[in-house]
Design a protein around this ligand. Structure first.
Ligand code: ZN
Length: 242
């Protein structure tokens, strides 16, 4: 089984379309989405509709939860909160209902899917090997997929050893031995200094993951953001990948 893994799309339709195009030749059996379909970007409805139309398996992210409930808006900085308030106002009733119905975690083909972390699926950032280690007893499968940090990452726990790697685009990482916490990076707002959209292909039969980057028309997204009245700081950061 070959699965496309995407996360943190954040209403960035141009980035999402570039990732869909890059995944086209990969002969995928499914796409799994680790949350945050909306927030920050100018096209929340189109991104949610894409996930619905393509029947993705998707878990809820913190932006998805706040956009539909308002709970936790105070957790965000002013620019993110302003974007989220605009997103919440613009969501269609159908898309709001879809987001509100997303589960906080899923187990698919013996792989755990969460947005944040297994012990706090909505809010915790798995940003270090220590946090990853503290979550190991909170999921039962060998592999766990996380998003939320917007940083591609591979955490490996095998034979009593722990390691953290920053995966490079197009390079395969073997995940057949030990346990792994894997982050595909962010489609719509990468924060690792590489502005290209990030995603991953997980090959469960071979026990391997390949992280990928796809270029997209950043200027087009930025233009839409400014026209929609979204904070200019959020538009500017896209071209720097942070
Ligand atoms: Zn996010």
């Amino acid at each position: 089984m070959r699965v496309g893994v995407v996360s943190d799309i954040h209403g960035n339709l141009e980035a999402l379309q570039a990732v869909l195009k890059a995944m086209e030749p990969c002969d995928l059996d499914a796409v799994w989405c680790l949350g945050d379909l909306v927030g920050y970007g100018p096209d929340p409805n189109a991104c949610v509709e894409t996930a619905r139309a393509l029947a993705w398996q998707c878990v809820a992210g913190n932006h998805d939860v706040v956009a539909t409930t308002g709970d936790g808006l105070e957790e965000f900085n002013p620019a993110a909160a302003a974007a989220l308030s605009l997103t919440a106002r613009n969501l269609s009733p159908e898309n709001r209902l879809y987001l509100a119905g997303l589960p906080s975690h899923l187990v698919m083909a013996d792989v755990t899917l969460v947005h944040g972390s297994p012990r706090n699926p909505i809010w915790e950032y798995v940003s270090s090997i220590e946090v990853a280690r503290h979550n190991l007893d909170r999921f039962q499968t060998l592999l766990c997929l996380v998003g939320h940090t917007h940083m591609p990452a591979v955490f490996t726990f095998s034979d009593g050893r722990a390691s953290q790697a920053r995966p490079q685009s197009g390079i395969e990482t073997e995940v057949s031995a030990g346990r792994h916490v894997l982050n595909p990076g962010s489609v719509g707002q990468p924060r690792d200094g590489d502005p290209r959209a990030a995603f991953a292909i997980l090959d469960l039969a071979r026990g391997a993951i390949v992280h990928h980057r796809a270029e997209y028309n950043i200027a087009a997204t930025q233009g839409k953001m400014l026209a929609a009245g979204l904070p200019s700081r959020l538009a500017a950061r896209l071209e720097h990948g942070w």
